[in-house]
Design a protein around this ligand. Structure first.
Ligand code: NAD
Length: 507
């Protein structure tokens, strides 16, 4: 009997592409061009790891009961990692009184550790460049232990659709390194990032491929990338646009840090206006409390919504009265002792299981973590009116059908989280023009762009072609009602297709 093949993440992500392509009768050659990425770069980066102190198992630790504790004066030279190890910086040995037996050392108040000598290590790296017909490849860099070609292919294609929907003149790409960044030192991550750019340099540039932060990366990592790319270049300043999501002090844009969350909230506002729904006083559950989740929660809370539950990879906190979001942000992001940057342990809420999290009664559900988190089972249990996708691909196809059946509305990721790449484009523009816009200016443009394209998608879904003073949805409607995810994809494909049809194919 033939074994049923498990559908890959990419195949399942492309289901919606294929469906929308059928619905709009996408030009067959354009379809072939978009079905697979332009380039799949897979390479390795090596890095010299530092000496570390690795905790030893309890039963083995018993053998060292009589080992006297070492006296380390410069405790700040032991850099803690999320897996319980410490990076041993040489400075830790200054004036220290070290007692070591067979490479094992006891640290007062910390436990018993084996000294692991630094050594080189290699990591698998990726950059998938999906399409550039509308402009330079554009997309995030992810540092995560679950990285694969299949995943990056799906995320790179998503960027092509997203840049088209947001009307920014970029294409789609995605990449990163298969690593759990929380288990490596700041310096190791810096060196790894420099190495990534060293190897990939010929394929990136402000008019070629422009990375940005994604899961596990941040403005600091973007600064390393920019430094490595521009090092020794005379045109350094013109090249600042090689990455976006930079710190505002070195050419980043005001508003970029919160842009993805802000864009999602603009979509929710449009949805609420349409439904006659009040955000003030509404209840929201948020999954993921990194860049996107925390910004969305902060903006919604400032608008008067109650964030009643937050889940991340290490825990869940719930508060029926609404969590104190600024305090939660301080607990997760401004507390150096919180090595995994998790909501777990927050004193302003009760701990909950992940499974129960999905059943918390609320109006809004904001998935802002990883892909495939809302599967069929979760979709059956959700007690919300709207799923507003901050994450990329958080809802499985199965779940999509169930949400539709249960009449739970969805704001699809390719419009929901397009705020990030939209402000990335503003950052790139400011870099090209050597300008610096205010946050109000950035948000004004972002709001206009997101609400306009969200409205077009809604018209396509309802088959209501119209021209208003703000937008024209007539070229995109498909002659019948379609679900909102198909509508968003139809808009993206029409805009990408136009380039091939008008400019032609370069043989
Ligand atoms: P981040 O690394 O800042 O945060 C990720 C969050 O997800 C963390 O709170 C983490 O604990 C949580 N998480 C990870 N695995 C989980 C799991 N299995 N269950 C529950 N929680 C889990 O990343 P980010 O930049 O906020 O990105 C979040 C999502 O938004 C990703 O899907 C990303 O692709 C997408 N996105 C990000 C941006 C951006 O500008 N950063 C733009 C568009 C889309």
């Amino acid at each position: 009997m033939a074994r049923a093949e498990k559908q890959s993440f990419y195949d399942s992500a492309m289901e919606i592409f294929n469906h929308a392509a059928d619905v709009i009768q996408l030009h067959p050659r354009v379809r072939l061009e978009l079905e697979e990425p332009d380039f799949e770069h897979i390479f390795y980066v090596t890095v010299e790891l530092r000496d570390r102190l690795v905790p030893i198992e309890d039963d083995e630790a018993g053998k060292y009961k009589d080992l006297p504790a070492s006296d380390v004066k410069a405790l700040d030279a032991l850099e803690p990692l999320a897996n319980g190890s410490y990076i041993l910086h040489r400075r830790a040995l200054l004036r220290a009184d070290v007692q070591m037996r067979r490479g094992v050392i006891r640290l007062p108040g910390k436990g018993v550790f084996r000294l692991e000598e630094g050594r080189p290590r290699k990591f698998k790296a990726y950059r998938i460049q999906h399409n550039q017909v509308r402009g330079p490849y554009k997309g995030g860099i992810r540092y995560h232990r679950e990285a694969s070609l299949d995943l990056f292919k799906a995320l790179a294609a998503d960027m092509t659709w997203k840049t088209a929907i947001a009307e920014v003149p970029f294409g789609g790409a995605k990449g990163g390194i298969k690593i759990d960044p929380f288990n490596y030192s700041k310096e190791e991550i810096e060196n790894l990032t420099l190495r990534y750019v060293y190897k990939f340099k010929n394929f990136m540039g402000p008019f070629l491929d422009i990375p940005a932060p994604d899961v596990g990366t941040n403005p600091e990592i973007m600064a390393y990338m920019m430094r490595q790319f521009t090092d020794g270049e005379r045109e350094k300043h013109a090249n600042r646009g090689v990455v976006t999501g930079k710190d505002v002090r070195i050419g980043g844009s005001e508003g970029r840090l919160k842009a993805t969350g802000q864009g999602l909230v603009y979509c929710i506002e449009e949805w609420a206006r349409d439904k006659g729904f009040q955000i003030r006083g509404s209840r929201a559950i948020v999954q993921g409390f990194g860049n996107v989740g925390s910004a969305t929660a902060e903006i919604l809370a400032a608008m008067g919504a109650k964030i009643v539950a937050v889940n991340d990879v290490n825990g869940t906190v719930v508060n029926e009265q609404g969590l104190d979001v600024p305090a939660l942000i301080a607990h997760v992001h401004q507390n150096p002792a919180n090595l995994r940057r998790t909501v777990a342990g927050f004193s302003g809420g009760t701990a909950f299981s992940k499974s129960d999290f999905w059943e918390v009664e609320a109006d809004l559900c904001i998935p802002a973590a990883l892909g495939d988190e809302i599967d069929g089972d979760v979709a059956e249990r959700l007690k919300v009116r709207l799923v507003a996708e901050g994450a990329n691909g958080p809802t499985t196809r199965d779940a999509d059908r169930i949400l539709q059946k249960r009449k739970i509305d969805v704001i699809p990721d390719i419009i929901g989280n397009a705020g990030g790449v939209t402000v990335s484009y503003y950052e790139w523009l400011q870099n090209q023009r050597l300008e610096h816009w205010t946050e109000a200016e950035v948000n004004q443009r972002l709001e206009r762009a997101i609400k306009k394209n969200y409205s077009i998608i809604r018209d396509v879904a309802r088959n209501r072609p119209q021209r208003t003073p703000l937008y024209d949805s007539r070229p995109y409607c498909v002659g019948k009602e379609v679900d909102v995810r198909t509508a968003a994809m139809a808009l993206a494909l029409r805009r990408v297709e136009a380039h091939y049809l008008i400019e032609g194919f370069s043989q």
